[in-house]
Write a protein that binds this ligand. Sequence first.
Ligand code: UGA
Length: 412
Amino acid sequence: MDITIVGAGYVGLATGVAFAELGNNVRLIDIDREKIEKIRKGIAPIYEEGLQEMLQRNMDRIKAATTYNEIDGIVFICVGTPSLPDGSINLNYVKEAVENAARNMEEGIIVIKSTVFPGTTEKILLPLVKRHSNKISIAMNPEFLREGKALHDFMHPDRIVIGARDEKTAEMLKELYKPINAPIIVTNPTVAELIKYASNAFLATKISFANEIGNLAKLLGIDVYEVMKGVAMDHRISPHFLNAGIGFGGSCFPKDLKALRAGAASAGYNMRLIDAVLKINDEQPLRIIKILEKYMEPRGKTIAILGLAFKANTDDVRESRAIPIIKELLKMGANIKAYDPMAMENMKKIFPEIEYYSSVEEAIENADACLILTDWKEFEEINFDAMKRKIVIEGRRILKNKEGIIYEGVCW
Ligand code: UGA
């Protein structure tokens, strides 16, 4: 099939390259000229497991452009939906992308992949499309891709959700996803929109729940990981997303939960559970500093920070839990020595004033304490001998060898 993807970010690029791998002709459109130039040369502009190889393998089926001329077939809208000050999302990019696509199409399907509040596709985007043509249909097809594992998740999803307004559109999209072995749910766009928000909200709730139990466990001198092992064996609960730590970050969970809460508030409902999930998440990273303060007054001390990305195996620092921690430590007058295998360039844009090192060894040298904030594999085994004081506090559970150090976990 002929597919156009508007927005070549993490979601759009992974989706486009994966559709090309399945044998479709894909055109990627993005306003970022530099990004488009890279894609044209077969260079992936972001890090995503397997993306570089898959892009190169499918270059004969992938085109990239900054303009929309004469598109047809299926158009996926994958542009960003940044937060507004009240937590609701800024729909301008989505609206603009839908209008531009509709203006350049005779017929076809516009599929919304960007996460939008229930009702957006039907009430806001459909009228924009109808202004240009009655031969273009609209659908909502949320993504459930984890950053870093996006290509794997695309090829092996738990389910595919198609929110369509008519059978013909639903059939076309089902056909497109046919090579993928997963159950397909066909519903309307509004239900599809809420499935996406409810899924992310539930996963985030699991994490804040694990952190709530973790905070209590720490107080009682109990290891929350042992507790959750026992809890997770109940098949109704499942073992995933129960890892306590410094909370969730990234471009999706915090933004989506705030958007859900803001949208619900304008509809007249106060989402108290979601509010609590966000509150726990805001407080969680600062707990690691409270533990540090048991050992020292951070002012004038040198603190090594290992892990800057919002999770391991990505260079993405959006809503990373390292940000509030570094901010607070700087406020307290500490000196920071930071290291991350991939995310240092991105963090330098937020904190140009801290020191960055090219290895764990250099970052921990002469440090008064070390905070581990991301579960990168290379943090499993660290020799802390070069530290001034061997105080290590973990925000994620990754360290294997704790011999000869003073060790604490944020919830264990
Ligand atoms: C998340 C969802 O997992 C995807 O299904 C969804 O498509 C995506 O958001 C989205 O809406 O676009 P992602 O943000 O890439 O994907 O990252 P996750 O792997 O879900 O991790 C989110 C955060 O939660 C990370 O900071 C991670 O460290 C934290 N986390 C995760 C925990 O603190 N504990 C856990 O048990 C699991």
